[in-house]
Design a binder for this molecule. Structure first.
Ligand code: PMV
Length: 315
């Protein structure tokens, strides 16, 4: 049996749009921060008597076509026609509002590499995780992680700065329990096909990504967070301009956006907003500002994350 852990990541510059669906090749470069205290633990065990994979999520037997087609790829790669028991657990409450696919496929790739003795290099492993779920390629690495467009072999997540050199913190607010109505893959495709702003999004995100690398190099952390907020709203603008429009936000999302914008001005807080394909808000800040943010949002429930390590095998 092989077992691995991985953390989710939050994109500061978003991956939104694919040039290839089978391999999740992105049309935009992206930049993310791996989050320390939210963890997915996944074990994979080959069991020769099985005739299909058995997948347990938080102890419940589930059917998941993404995992099955990923395991088919592993069987092909390893030339071993065997099935497995996969047990995966998330320690993070749904309150965090994170999709577990990034940490899930990062941990699964690592565990499969070991259990099927694939012998993949870190780059090959990051490409394999990307095939499972695009953003998973970034969860293999620690701290700040970049991922550029390219082909199957050269488009993968790689570390820009290790976790201990990144002075940022992320608050994940729980706004709503509503499951998202449109998957990110479906939404990306709808945007690509119908938003008149799609080409502008790719162009301007490529420029945001290049700016973000400069900000990191010069330790301009507040500039980086401001840029992350702008980039997240631009991503949502592509959805609003698609046909039919995709609106992930709930009324609570908008009221928290307004509250963060108002309080940061009144209290001079470093507090910027990021929102993925869902209704929950992430607040981006500096670690030195954490006590102030806690003080300001005492009435809300949230999880605080610091920069985290990449995926690793465990005993
Ligand atoms: O990897 P996916 O298919 O879950 O897509 C992730 C898309 C966003 O979370 C919205 C942006 C990102 O870069 O993580």
């Amino acid at each position: 049996m092989a077992q691995a852990i991985a953390h989710p990541n939050l994109a500061l510059i978003k991956y939104w749009g694919k040039t290839n669906f089978k391999h999740n090749l992105p049309s935009t470069p992206s930049l993310s921060i791996t989050l320390n205290n939210l963890t997915t633990t996944t074990s994979v065990q080959i069991q020769t008597e099985l005739s299909k994979d058995q997948i347990f999520l938080n102890d419940n037997l589930i059917e998941n076509h993404k995992i099955i087609s990923f395991m088919n790829q592993i069987r092909k790669l390893s030339k071993k026609n065997v099935f497995t028991v996969i047990k995966t657990k998330n320690n993070f409450p749904t309150a965090a509002g994170y999709a577990s696919s990034a940490s899930g496929f990062a941990a699964l790739s690592l565990a499969c590499n070991q259990e099927f003795q694939l012998g993949l290099s870190p780059k090959e492993l990051a490409c394999l995780a990307r095939d499972g779920s695009g953003s998973a390629t970034r969860s293999l690495s620690s701290g700040l992680v970049a991922w550029k467009p390219g082909n199957c072999e050269n488009s993968f997540g790689y570390q820009i700065l290790p976790a201990h050199d990144v002075p940022l913190a992320v608050f994940s607010f729980k706004n709503t329990d509503n499951a998202k109505a449109v998957s990110s893959t479906k939404a990306m495709e709808q945007v690509r096909k119908s938003s008149p702003y799609y080409d502008a999004w790719i162009k301007s995100t490529t420029s945001d990504f290049n700016k973000s690398l400069k900000f990191i190099k010069n330790h301009q952390w507040v500039d980086l967070l401001k840029l992350a907020e702008i980039n997240a709203f631009k991503m949502h603008a592509t959805m609003l301009s698609s046909q039919p429009p995709i609106i992930y936000w709930e009324p609570q999302t908008i009221s928290l956006i307004k509250r963060i914008q108002k309080t940061r001005q009144e209290k001079n807080l470093i507090a910027y907003i990021s929102i993925d394909a869902g209704a929950n808000i992430k607040l981006l800040t500096l670690q030195s500002q954490v006590p102030k943010i806690i003080n300001t949002f005492q009435d809300l429930s949230y999880t605080i994350s610091l920069p985290g390590e990449g995926a690793k095998l465990i005993d």
